[in-house]
Design a protein around this ligand. Sequence first.
Ligand code: 5GP
Length: 195
Amino acid sequence: MNYLQKRILKDGQVIDEKILKIDSFLNHQIDPKVMHEIQSDFFDYFKSREITKVLTIEASGIAPAIMVAAHFQVPMLFAKKSEPSTLAGQDKFSTLVHSFTKNKTSEIIISKEYLNEHDKVLIIDDFLANGEASLGLIDLVKQAGAEVVGVGICVEKSFQPGRQRLIDAGVDVHSVCRIASLAGNKVTFVDEEDE
Ligand code: 5GP
């Protein structure tokens, strides 16, 4: 069992059969030790690949993404969920993403200034549920003519369709931990279920 799995068992709260709350170390308060362990897992998996940029979506993806970007020594770019006045009038890539937790569809944007056809992009996010956020980010990378190197996920809920949708899109997905079930107020990981 890796460090993130141990922390989920110790400090995670199962809200219902589909939602896990990890606000005490990742989604609200952030524990640097957890971030360190996560980034080293991503680095081990993707280190042989050429990566020029790490891309995520605000807000919860930013912490793990900046750690990974620091290790690869490349910039980290995050898609914004609303257009700030500083981006008004600039050329942008945009797409629509349906939020699993908020049950609402919103536009996400990045400035064309920061992504181009020479980029090799590693996408990082905190959770993978239906894959909407990751597929939205992949769409932005494709609009730029850049290459998606892979998707790195901190917590994958493997009982939801996100992973399969990404694999179907031809993307290399690596998750630090994979949750098989949240049934019965209990977290079961995929590797445990296989044992
Ligand atoms: P997806 O786009 O894959 O359907 O959902 C991923 C996004 O929804 C993540 O960026 C994350 O913010 C949020 N999310 C999905 N499931 C959970 C969950 O169980 N707990 C929390 N805290 N966020 C989640």
